[in-house]
Design a protein around this ligand. Structure first.
Ligand SMILES: [Zn+2]
Length: 238
């Protein structure tokens, strides 16, 4: 079992169910990172928080609630934002990162720094009734830039925010993300390594998993590495 802690970036619709799942599944040490404070409007969707937590940093309030139910779980609190200035020093301390953020800029920052530092992470995204998750193992599988190339324009990102997220969809994605982290903890290959899970819950709930190929030219270099190992295999053929 890998003893290095798991970092959850974003303690909201994805991060709270992910943290609860990690705690239930026996993770020894996690860290919660979020600059936001609990607001009244969070309470219906993020059931871990109560009215008494309004005004507290989300990371601190979530730690208090989790410690009550899981006293053996070690929880570090990072009540500030992950940004270009601190991303490397933060990410370096952890073994696996859960992207539970709601901003495209943060998702691409996590992708780029995890790829640079060779840290596996699981991407999660929710928009209305649909959710997505994919695990990136740098050096082995496609990254977020293989999938999307560039973050959406500011206008597109704003319309995503307006579409909002549906709590149960976010919870399902957060649980899937925690499962990926648990697999990594146990030294098992992540189920969604280089595979994009899409969950559609608008009418009848549907899930789909597609393989994501590394994109030639992506700065992560996964496509070039795959090509090199293919060439190597060909050379070994008698
Ligand atoms: Zn890539």
């Amino acid at each position: 079992m890998d003893g290095r802690p798991i970092l959850i970036v974003g303690v909201g619709g994805l991060g709270v169910p992910a943290a609860l799942t990690l705690a239930k599944r026996g993770a020894g040490r996690i860290a919660l990172m979020d600059p936001d404070r609990v607001e009244l409007s969070n309470l219906p969707r993020q059931v871990i928080f109560s009215a008494a937590h309004v005004g507290l940093p989300k990371a601190v309030a979530a730690r208090e609630q989790l410690k009550r139910r899981f006293p053996g779980l070690e929880i570090d609190c990072l009540p500030w934002a992950l940004g270009p200035d601190n991303a490397d020093s933060v990410v370096r301390r952890f073994g696996f990162v859960i992207d539970a953020t709601d901003s495209p800029a943060a998702k691409f920052l996590i992708n780029d720094r995890c790829v640079a530092l060779q840290k596996p992470f699981v991407y999660g995204g929710v928009l209305g009734f649909s959710g997505q998750a994919m695990t990136v193992v740098p050096g082995r599988s496609a990254c977020l830039r293989c999938l999307f190339e560039e973050p959406p324009q500011a206008g597109e990102a704003a319309s995503c925010r307006q579409a909002g997220i549906v709590g149960p969809v976010a919870a399902a994605v957060g649980i899937v993300q925690a499962d990926e982290a648990i697999r990594w903890l146990h030294g098992e290959p992540p189920a969604l390594e280089g595979r994009l899970l899409t969950l559609e819950a608008a009418n009848v709930a549907r899930t789909r998993v597609i393989d994501v190929r590394a994109r030639p030219g992506c700065p992560c270099g996964a496509a070039q590495r795959a090509q090199m190992s293919e060439d190597h295999e060909l050379c070994r053929q008698p």
